[in-house]
Design a protein around this ligand. Structure first.
Ligand SMILES: Nc1ncnc2c1ncn2[C@@H]1O[C@H](COP(=O)(O)OP(=O)(O)O)[C@@H](O)[C@H]1O
Ligand SMILES: [Mg+2]
Length: 304
């Protein structure tokens, strides 16, 4: 279901964790909230889940408000039909895999046969059907996260919230689970919000990426949009662009390097006179001595 957040603010005493944040996640979309540690990603998710009471704002799921500071609406977390997976393996070690996934369904008063079918189905989805009877404490980190995922999917949530679910796993497993998650998201079409500080993860998982800094969304777009046109030099830097060079705007499609006075032909997409030229190393082309050949190459690239 569609998630709409308007003017969300969350403060802890004097500290502002989320600041007047607006965000829409479309039905069936995978939106990734990307930003460095401490920028307010978890706080935003906790507000949507109902684990934190926002200072102000409105949060709607499927067009119905679950929180509205104006009218006093504040639905309990278990009344929001949200599935959640966290970084820590929040599963019950004394239960079997099957019981872990079945538990929330039992709490909802579902019948035995119905529970068995739902658990089998979701364990199959995450590739754990063969481990249904194993004690959860005997699982690897990756398997535990699959159990957590199965448990949240078994509830058929309106929205799936994932907060750095792969961060505790080693690099190879993280990579594999990332692919599996994306495949699952596309197959099930479940509306999901995924939090990470890892840009590769964001690029792989997102329909759209919302970039967050200091409690605000500073840019939102598809992975290619964000990658090709970071909204500011600090976003470019966060995305791993190494060369960030102060320049001033010249007339036409030109900037001048502040340090050396050299003129460079580029088309600025930002307003203002003081700009930053952000160059990815892989985009630098070594050409022959004749500048014509270089600009011809450049033109050819542009036409495509
Ligand atoms: N329970 C809390 N009490 C006080 N400050 C908090 C609490 N939780 C988070 N913060 C602060 O709010 C800001 C955002 O934190 P968080 O949402 O966890 O960021 P992220 O998930 O992006 O790393 C940080 O500055 C953090 O220190
Ligand atoms: Mg966090």
């Amino acid at each position: 279901m569609k998630v709409e957040v308007h003017g969300l603010t969350l403060t802890y005493g004097d500290a502002v964790a989320v600041s007047d944040l607006d965000l829409t996640v479309d039905e069936g979309e995978s939106l990734v909230l990307l930003g460095q540690s401490g920028c307010g990603k978890t706080s935003t998710m906790r507000c949507i889940a109902g684990l934190e009471t926002p200072t102000s704002g409105v949060i709607s799921i499927g067009g119905r408000p679950v929180f509205d500071s104006g009218s006093g609406v504040n639905r309990a977390p278990n009344k929001r039909n949200i599935g959640m997976v966290f970084q820590s393996y929040a599963i019950w070690p004394h239960m079997t895999v099957f019981e872990n996934v079945a538990f929330p369904l039992r709490m909802k008063g579902r019948k035995g046969a119905e529970i068995r079918a739902a658990v089998r189905e979701t364990l199959e989805l995450v590739g754990l059907d063969h481990l249904a009877d194993r004690g959860a404490s005997l699982l690897s980190g990756g398997q535990m996260q699959r159990v957590a995922l199965a448990r949240s999917l078994a509830m058929q949530p309106s929205v799936l919230l994932l907060d750095e679910p792969l961060s505790n796993l080693d690099a190879r497993l993280r990579h594999r689970l990332r692919m599996e998650l994306r495949e699952l998201q596309l197959r099930l079409g479940v509306t999901s919000m995924y939090v990470t500080h890892d840009q590769d993860e964001a690029l792989a998982l997102a329909d759209r990426i919302a970039l967050m800094q200091s409690g605000r969304i500073v840019q939102i777009g598809t992975p290619p949009e964000i990658y090709a046109q970071p909204g500011s030099a600090s976003i470019a830097e966060f995305l791993g662009v190494d060369n960030i060079i102060p320049v001033t705007r010249e007339d036409g499609s030109c900037v001048r390097l502040t340090a050396t006075g050299q003129k460079v032909a580029v088309e600025p997409y930002a307003e203002g006179g003081d700009l930053r030229l952000c160059v990815r190393a892989e985009d630098v082309v070594l050409g022959p001595e004749s500048t014509e050949a270089v600009s011809y190459r450049h033109l050819k690239k542009k036409k495509r």
